[in-house]
Design a protein around this ligand. Sequence first.
Ligand code: FMN
Length: 190
Amino acid sequence: MRVLGIAGSPRRGGNTDLLLEELMKGAAGQGAVIKTIELRGLKFETCRHCDGCLKTGNCVVKDDMHDIYEELEQADIIVIASPVQFVGPTAQLKAMIDRCQCIWARKYVLKIPPLGDERARKGFFISVGGTKLKDMFEPSLAVIKTWFHILNVEYAGELLFKGIDEKGAIKEHPDALKQAYEAGQKLAVR
Ligand SMILES: Cc1cc2nc3c(=O)[nH]c(=O)nc-3n(C[C@H](O)[C@H](O)[C@H](O)COP(=O)(O)O)c2cc1C
């Protein structure tokens, strides 16, 4: 089983990175093959809406997004980690999601499997936010769930932590990292 983690925070070693790392350790402990992609380290454009993908299902822009398309196709489990930034996912993550318009085109225009095959895939979301506002994760959840739906990835759950702001603050939480590890274990069980 291949588990793909996508780190969407611009802050290296920050709270969502720590949670994602624990989740991936939990999955690896169950024998899963793990791979983490840090969006902040990649170079890719935002979607041009050139409609170039509508005929082929592939993006015409040649950049690091193509490594992500390949990893998405190979993954059985996809874990997205992003803090709340201005009430939604980070710009890095939203840019990646928008570049999946070619995957949308495969499904809705070309009527082919969006990730190349019909295998059952699962998706999981990790987020934190500095505030404790009611419904603060709703905009991100709407984006992430819609994206998983378009990819034919079944939504398998989330870990969301409010009031986590300083770098590393998640370590002070009584059991957040444990929850992440256990979520990884659970996801990787067939
Ligand atoms: C540009 C920016 C925008 C942010 N917007 C929000 C927000 O709308 N709501 C919130 O609760 N926290 C917001 N935060 C705080 C982060 O969610 C918080 O610091 C989080 O712990 C960062 O996670 P990370 O260490 O994984 O990057 C924002 C932080 C930044 C840098």
